[in-house]
Design a protein around this ligand. Structure first.
Ligand SMILES: C[S@@+](CC[C@H](N)C(=O)[O-])C[C@H]1O[C@@H](n2cnc3c(N)ncnc32)[C@H](O)[C@@H]1O
Length: 286
């Protein structure tokens, strides 16, 4: 029977699939972690494991992402369940979480709303990291199927009672809710922001396996944020929103600034670059 080492060095696999991906697929097939794969090159692969491995390698060759094949993705210091109803959390979004944590702590905000929560990666990471603070958490998504995944992830981290997940369009599910006078709200949103052109140029891994409704937005990718800003103005008296942090696509900076200045003429704005040096996050202080 072939060993882990034999498999990793089989040219037909190693020439077409990245080494790290092969290791992750192997770990999945053997129900072990990647560290085990690296530490036990001599471990033999059983016939059954081999057959499953061939099946998932074929899926990878058809551009199914590793995260979709293994149904999970690491994000910050946690691991999230994902499926075809959720976006796969991206590394640049970790920056959004880091900046959110800073704002919530320094400004002592007590209500956190994550709009377009998907797998729940943002709100769950925030609730986990800020666990000793008295904060109300809400995760809203238009997709009830995505929210089922978010609820499952929250349960895994024992946060299912702490975070309220609600199905709905942007902030509308909160429009009839009564908030206390002491509410100081923080809004974080990684809404769909790809323009038609950028979405059509996406790799098949993305276009064939991730929901278009999680990625594409009309009006050069800014329609969702425009609608959100309209709702924020409408609900400001009720929610007392202090800060908004959003993720966007680098080429949108100028148009986004124009939108923000239109909707919130007195707000303080701060743009932040991601690790690749591209504009990615905008903080709006109302
Ligand atoms: C870019 S994904 C972000 C997912 C996750 N928050 C993350 O950062 O990985 C955008 C999410 O917004 C949701 N969405 C799209 N339109 C929405 C709307 N009008 N109201 C609420 N959520 C929406 C999608 O279902 C999707 O889960």
């Amino acid at each position: 029977m072939p060993s882990i080492n034999d498999f990793l060095n089989t040219p037909v696999f190693s020439s077409s699939i990245a080494r790290i991906d092969l290791e992750l697929l192997l770990a999945h097939a053997l129900k072990k972690n990647r560290e085990f794969i690296l530490a036990h090159p001599e471990r033999e692969i059983t016939k059954r494991e081999g057959a499953f491995l061939l099946k998932i390698i074929a899926q990878r060759k058809k551009h199914k992402s590793i995260a979709h094949i293994i149904a999970k993705k690491d994000f910050c210091d946690l691991t999230f369940k994902v499926n075809r109803h959720t976006l796969i959390p991206r590394p640049e979004t970790e920056l959004l979480v880091g900046e959110s944590e800073k704002k919530i702590k320094t400004q002592k905000l007590n209500t956190v709303i994550d709009i377009g929560t998907g797998s729940g990666n943002i709100i769950i990471t925030l609730a986990k990291h800020l666990k000793n603070k008295k904060i109300n958490y809400f995760g809203i998504d238009i997709s009830s199927k995505a929210l089922s995944v978010a609820r499952c992830n929250a349960k895994k981290y024992n946060l299912n009672k702490k975070i309220k997940f609600i199905t709905g369009n942007l902030l509308t599910p909160l429009s009839k809710k009564n908030f206390s006078q002491k509410t100081k709200t923080f809004i974080v949103a990684n809404l769909p922001y790809l323009s038609k052109e950028i979405y059509s140029a996406c790799a098949p891994d993305v276009k064939n396996y991730e929901p278009k409704s999680a990625l594409y937005s009309s009006q050069e990718g800014l329609n969702h944020y425009k609608k959100l800003f309209q709702q924020i103005i409408f609900l400001q008296a009720q929610l007392n929103i202090k800060n908004i942090l959003i993720e966007f696509s680098p080429e949108q900076k100028k148009k986004l600034l124009f939108l923000i200045e239109n909707f919130f003429p007195n707000a303080k704005k701060q743009f932040i670059k991601d690790l690749a040096g591209k504009w990615r996050i905008c903080a709006i202080e109302l």
